[in-house]
Design a protein around this ligand. Structure first.
Ligand code: MAN
Length: 478
């Protein structure tokens, strides 16, 4: 018990005013009762000269609890709240420095009663209110961020759609240009097709003429057969006319042997048609060989060869009457008109795409949140109204309603340390006899958008303090 009492007394006796608990151990006398200045160990003073209101050490370390050394720092324990340091010159100066020492320990005992409990309570309340405001601000910010995200997705989709529309039109234009200006090789191929086409037409005419002749001959023969048949059936055998008898007998033999339907003349005509088809076939073969030679291995595009083949097919089908004549290449006038339309449309689509891409790639702050800030706010500060359109401009409006542009929205900056987002506006209206105006918006967290202060630290360079949900950040966000 006695030992404990002595220890407490010793500890209390060595307790140095104005020094934080972790550094108390630095204030111990050596065996000779001396103590070395902390920043200047070569200077040793008697231990009882610590806090004697006379500054012995250049770093002020011998007077932590008085105002004797100008460089010193006084430690306030601020029991129940946060400990703090006070500049030494404010110690024992007759003023209670509650802002830093809520426990009043900077003045002699009894002069400044502690206010730490009240101050802690007020601080807790302020912190709770601030945290609640930040929470509300963050909730609002989440909605804005969601809107910005949707806008980005929509923009990306629209850009993709535009790309595919542009690609389609470019292909159509390419096709038209190819038709418009056939190469030498293409012209040769087209001419082979044209020759073949006219041969087919000629052949078609010849065949129909031959078939008409055949039909008329068949008709005449049938008439003759009918006359002979009548004569053979109806002649009077009692008239002994040998010529009639012989003719009737000859016709009856003809009917039995060759039949009325056997048509040797017709067979001749058919073989002529067969010959015509054989000619056509060999002509087709020749043409195909010629096209293969022209297009042959040099045709890189499979579709091109496919086109030749289908044109052939269309020609033959047309000749045989299976389908209409093969499709004609559109006229130059038609394709010129279409080309102009496409070019105009392409210009419009490319402009639209570029605007959308610029918007998508512009600096709209962390996670592109400003993309959703498409509104304006106005607040009166001093003699002027200030209008802030977040992603457009800042204006200063005088009492006559005359607006001066302070700057156009350019980009954002983020101060990691302060967790503060800044918006930069440049290229404002020129000041009379001065530079062009520009502004920086410093954002602070709040649920609502408000301009709270405007200063002009340099002529025509403005700083706006603006409260907004987009100024709210979770610790470690971004
Ligand atoms: C106006 C305002 C001021 C600015 C001066 C410069 O009065 O825009 O903010 O400093 O012009 O001539």
């Amino acid at each position: 018990m006695l030992a404990f009492f002595l220890l407490c007394c010793c500890a209390a006796a060595n307790w140095i005013r104005g020094v934080e608990p972790d550094r108390q151990s630095l204030y111990q006398p050596d065996d000779d009762g001396l103590w070395a200045c902390l920043g200047n160990p070569e200077i040793k003073i008697s231990f009882d000269r610590i806090n004697d209101d006379y500054c012995d050490c250049p770093d002020g370390s011998d007077e932590p609890g008085t105002s004797a050394c100008s460089l010193g720092q006084f430690y306030c324990a601020n029991e129940g709240f946060k400990p703090n340091y006070l500049p030494s010159y404010r110690v024992n100066d007759g003023t209670c420095d509650y802002d830093l020492c809520c426990d009043g320990s900077d003045e002699p005992d009894g002069k400044c009663p502690s206010r730490c409990a009240q101050m802690k309570k007020a601080w807790d309340e302020e912190t709770a209110a601030r945290n609640a405001a930040i929470a509300k601000g963050l909730a609002k910010k989440a909605k804005i961020q969601h809107k910005a995200h949707k806008q980005q997705t929509k923009l990306r989709y629209e850009i993709t759609q535009l790309s595919s529309e542009i690609e389609k039109l470019e292909q159509e234009l390419y096709g038209l240009n190819q038709l418009q200006a056939p190469t030498e090789k293409e012209s040769a191929i087209i001419s082979v097709f044209e020759q073949l086409d006219s041969s087919l037409e000629r052949l078609s005419l010849q065949i129909s003429e031959k078939l008409q002749q055949l039909n008329s001959k068949r008709h005449n023969l049938r008439n003759l057969e009918e006359i002979l048949e009548t004569m053979s059936n109806e002649y009077n055998p009692n008239f002994n006319d040998p010529a009639v008898k012989a003719a009737a007998q000859a016709f009856q033999e003809y009917s039995v042997n060759q039949g009325l339907t056997k048509d040797e003349k017709g067979t001749d005509q058919a073989s002529e048609v067969e010959t015509l088809f054989a000619n056509l076939q060999s002509q087709l073969k020749d043409s195909e060989a010629e096209i293969r030679k022209l297009a042959g291995r040099e045709v890189e595009d499979e579709n091109e060869l496919f086109d030749f083949k289908s044109t052939f097919k269309a020609m033959v089908n047309s000749f045989l009457g299976v389908s209409k004549r093969h499709q004609k290449i559109p006229s130059t006038r038609e394709s010129e008109k279409r080309k102009k339309e496409i070019e105009e449309e392409l210009k419009r689509l490319r402009r639209d795409q570029q605007t959308k891409e610029e918007r998508l790639n512009k600096d709209y702050g962390p996670h592109q949140i400003l993309m959703a800030m498409d509104d304006c706010i106005v607040d009166k500060i001093g003699d002027y109204d200030y209008r802030l359109c977040f992603v457009e401009k800042v204006e200063q409006i005088d009492r006559n309603g005359h607006a001066v542009r302070i700057g156009r929205f350019e980009r954002t900056e983020f101060d990691e340390e302060k967790q503060q987002l800044k918006l930069i506006y440049e290229h404002g209206d020129k000041c009379w006899n001065g530079p062009v105006r520009k502004a920086t918006v410093l954002l602070e967290c709040c649920e609502k958008d408000t301009i709270v202060a405007v200063t002009e630290p340099e002529k025509c360079e403005y700083t706006l303090r603006v409260k907004s949900p987009i100024g709210c950040f979770e610790p470690d966000e971004v």
